[in-house]
Ligand binder design. Sequence first.
Ligand code: DGI
Ligand code: FE
Ligand code: FE
Length: 407
Amino acid sequence: MNHTNKLNDGKKVGILGGTFNPIHSGHINIARSALNECKLDEIWFVPNGCPPHKSIDDKVSAISRFKMVSKTIANEDKFYINDIELSSIEYNYTHVTLKKLHEQFPNNKFYFIMGEDSLKSFDTWKKPELICQYASIIVAVRSNNNDLSKVIADYARKFNGEFILLNCNYIDVSSTELRNNIKSKGLSNLSSIEENTTKYINEHMLYEENDNSSFDSVEDIKDELSKILKPKRYNHTLGVMDTAINLGMRYDIPLYLCQYSGLLHDCAKSYSKEELINFCEEKNIEITDSEYKAPHLLHCKVGAYMAKNDFSINDDRIINAILYHTTGRPNMSLLEQIVFVADYIEPNRSKANRLNEIRAMAYYNIDIATAMILQDTISYLKDIDAFIDDKTIKTYEYYCDLIKGID
Ligand code: DGI
Ligand code: FE
Ligand code: FE
């Protein structure tokens, strides 16, 4: 992660604050122009925290916005992320943030970047003279105009500050409009959103309306499962549901998706091997060679079928989380990974080796936890001489490769 640290002391640094909800090409354009035109060494993106008594958009947490910005700029050489506003529980006034940055990096020269619209209200900000003391102000404008030059000259005198006009093709993208567009049309046609941002938004399902109105209720499903599953299996199911919800909190995944996936992942577990095969043959569900060799694997396919048809789950993300919960698959969605890991670590489990290690790792880095689970599962299957599905091996190899790249 391009996280700023003390080693960055002694540089010309542009500060770009904002809610970044979401981050878009308007932000990136301003950052690039400021870097190049004002000959800065670095741009630090400073996402706002969650102000007291006020939620920016309750559905997208400050941490999630921070991570979205971080992923978006990860491949940019001179763009960094700074969590100074995220780690404060007070309202983040710009003059306070700049003072703190100044104290942490006394040898840096800071440039606070703002759009021309913000400039017009600058004299209503808290302590503009302190802002000017700790930073020069870069004002991104679409085109030079005399009005603005006059405002700037007035402010410069009044607050004893340095104001720099930055002409850039600064497009005033509205985040509110973007959020609404994402909700109504999806992300595919939004040219103002970077590819890595799109990936993050999709992966975490940000800005989506949660629609589970057609699903059977959680209570009804629990009632039914308590009848069709043995008590131990039913308890395991509740454990996976709760653990998946916890992981959903940790990794910013809508909790209802974790809840339904966890609750239903083993709904076909009461079927015997023969019953699973018969069920699939009857419903024309394809059985692979591996599944004929290890028919218990079919509880995933049958479970997915039951979730759809018996519990009205018409959401493919949940169906896939059920489908891949035993073998996993390369490049799982975060939801799939959450159910895969929750299944292994839920509190009723006690037999596996390294359970404590894997439980702790699950909340630190889910990719490493996934690789550890697969490593232990494969080793266990080899010990008992069981047939190993190619998918299990492929998934293991995929996550081993993935975690090799972690810095
Ligand atoms: O249904 P659960 O017991 O809660 O958990 P699960 O669906 O992950 O199934 C776990 C069992 O499946 C465990 O004993 C390991 C086994 N398993 C995982 N991958 C493979 C496998 N068994 C075979 N034969 N082949 C595999 O590739
Ligand atoms: Fe299972
Ligand atoms: Fe399970």
